[in-house]
Design a protein around this ligand. Structure first.
Ligand SMILES: [Ca+2]
Ligand SMILES: [Ca+2]
Length: 171
């Protein structure tokens, strides 16, 4: 009897829709673990890109440049970028893109633009961040093809593509 109940529960649970099908992302945005992601090839400065991401909003919150809080999320964003820049990822200008990490406020203190939280997961390249010429406060991802992506601090006024992230739960 117990086994039958367990089997029934599993069957019912499997038949229920996933949370993703209940809370779809806006068109052109891709879901991953409760958030929606979209890549933009338009070349902007870090601040312009952050402002652009903030134009996407719902009733409760707004978008920001992507925060990357785990190895899995880093991999997901890499795959997303690769898929949209098909075959061009190792060539400029498609090889780099902005993410929402900055130390503009306090040198050496890296915070995400979406929550102002300190970065815990990071994927810095060797010898980075180096604040080269004393003027690198914004983080770019270098995409070297496949899943070989590393982070580097860069001049915020450089222009390049970017990735935005919007919480999915509030749709
Ligand atoms: Ca810096
Ligand atoms: Ca650097």
């Amino acid at each position: 009897m117990k086994v039958t109940l367990v089997v029934m529960f599993v069957l019912i649970a499997a038949a229920l829709p996933t949370s993703e099908s209940c809370q779809p992302c806006p068109i052109f945005w891709v879901p991953y673990q409760g958030n929606c992601y979209r890549i933009f090839a338009e070349k902007l400065t870090w601040k312009q890109a952050e402002n652009k991401c903030q134009r996407y909003r719902n009733w409760f919150t707004r978008g920001h440049l992507v925060s990357i809080r785990s190895r899995g999320e880093n991999k997901f964003v890499s795959i997303l970028w690769n898929s949209a820049t098909d075959g061009l990822v190792t060539r400029k200008p498609y090889a780099t893109y902005w993410i929402g990490l900055t130390d503009a406020r306090y040198e050496g203190t890296w915070r995400w633009s979406d929550t102002n939280q300190l970065a815990t997961y990071t994927n810095w390249d060797r010898n980075q961040p180096d604040n080269h010429s004393g003027n690198q406060d914004c983080v770019t991802v270098w995409n070297r093809g496949g899943l070989q992506t590393i982070w580097d601090d860069k001049q915020c006024n450089a222009v390049q593509g970017y990735v935005c992230k919007l919480p999915q739960n509030n749709y």
